[in-house]
Design a protein around this ligand. Structure first.
Ligand code: TLP
Length: 342
């Protein structure tokens, strides 16, 4: 089976497992796990921030950050197809009691004017707008990379208007590799940045939040409150360290594979995809003509050996990652071509 549902499906490599088995551990709720501490220092340095916190998931990283920056009744500006709105189970409203204001982007990327229009004037009727969240790369947008200039424009305007800034950088390192811009440069424009170790970087579990020491101290207390204080987490952190040391630059292979897949898909008459718009490791494509439903097509792909996810009505997502190589991509393209041209 060629599993292109997500880059979350990767298996830890033998070398990563060995690093996990060797990890020195301690009780991280006491701050005594040397491997977690090393991972946190490494992540903070890599992103040019004072401190970092290891958390179990990307959703928790985002939700702790929202909780940090807001009070109940506040409004948070997000892009309308962001992970925060589509795939986090309504947690911002449930856990932080905030309202999300959705602004449409182009392939997930916000531009300044509509964001400015979403800012509520200070008035007793209005929820205070206190936070702007961006997503880099943008998942549903098709792994799109925010140009640095757009980030600068949005974040400097947000700061002038007193908004805090959070970056859902679940796939930040895909943007780093695709653009050649450092993680620290991207991170410098935000108060909190999270990124996932368990996606293209290939670790089994874990995300990081980076910020000031003061914010990380507060987030540490919130993590406990949300039930994310882990004990001998060094076994997991060792995988994260291994991922940061070995699996960043190889993301380029995933990007090349995604582009190649899109070029193949473009040859299928019933598929719409623009390979020029495949920035990183995600290919979103549409089947424009088919008598089959989305679920039937997914099933047909599966029966022929390819797993994909649906993103909407006859919209599909293929994500490349370190457990699929160039030959798998050729095979997957062939399978999708045969299913869709029957
Ligand atoms: N994304 C998953 C699914 O939840 C959709 C995937 O397969 O792509 N931010 C972004 C941008 C993400 O894509 C994800 C996961 C998360 C946050 C949450 O990470 P986890 O799954 O670790 O909670």
């Amino acid at each position: 089976m060629i599993d292109l549902r997500s880059d979350t499906v990767t298996q830890p490599s033998q070398a990563m497992r060995e690093a996990m088995a060797r990890a020195e551990v301690g009780d991280d709720v006491y701050g005594e796990d040397p491997t977690v501490n090393r991972l946190q220092t490494t992540a903070a340095q890599l992103l040019g921030k004072e401190a970092a916190l290891f958390v179990p998931t990307g959703v928790m990283a985002n939700q702790l950050s929202i909780r940090l920056h807001t009070r109940p009744g506040d409004e948070v500006i997000v892009e309308s197809s962001s992970h925060l709105i589509r795939y986090e189970g309504g947690s911002a409203s449930a856990l932080s009691q905030v309202q999300l204001s959705c602004v449409s982007g182009d392939r997930g990327l916000l531009s300044l004017k509509p964001v400015q229009a979403a800012l509520r004037p200070k008035d007793v009727h209005n929820p205070p707008t206190t936070l702007l969240c961006l997503e880099q790369t943008h998942n549903v947008g098709g792994g799109t990379v925010y140009p640095l200039e757009t980030i600068k424009g949005l974040t400097s305007w947000a700061r002038e208007n007193g908004l805090a800034l959070h970056l859902d950088g679940a796939r930040l390192f895909n943007a780093v590799v695709a653009s050649g811009i450092s993680a620290a440069e991207y991170a410098s424009h935000f108060d909190t940045v999270c990124f996932c170790l368990s996606k293209g970087l290939g670790a089994p579990v874990g995300s990081m939040i980076v910020s000031t020491q003061d914010n990380i101290d507060k987030l540490r207390r919130l993590r406990k409150m949300f039930g994310g204080g882990m004990r001998q987490a060094g076994i997991l952190a060792a995988a994260g360290l291994y991922a940061l040391e070995h699996n960043i630059s190889r993301l380029k292979e995933d990007h090349d594979n995604a582009k190649n897949l899109a070029l193949h898909l473009q040859q299928i008459p019933t598929v719409f995809v623009d390979p020029d718009r495949v920035d990183t490791n995600i290919v979103v494509f549409e089947v424009v003509r088919s008598e089959h439903s989305t679920a039937e097509l997914l099933q047909a792909f599966k029966e022929s050996g390819v797993l994909l996810n649906a993103m909407g009505e006859r919209m599909f997502r293929a994500v490349t990652h370190l457990d699929v190589d160039g030959a798998d991509i050729e095979k997957a393209a062939h399978v999708l071509g045969s299913v869709l041209t029957v």
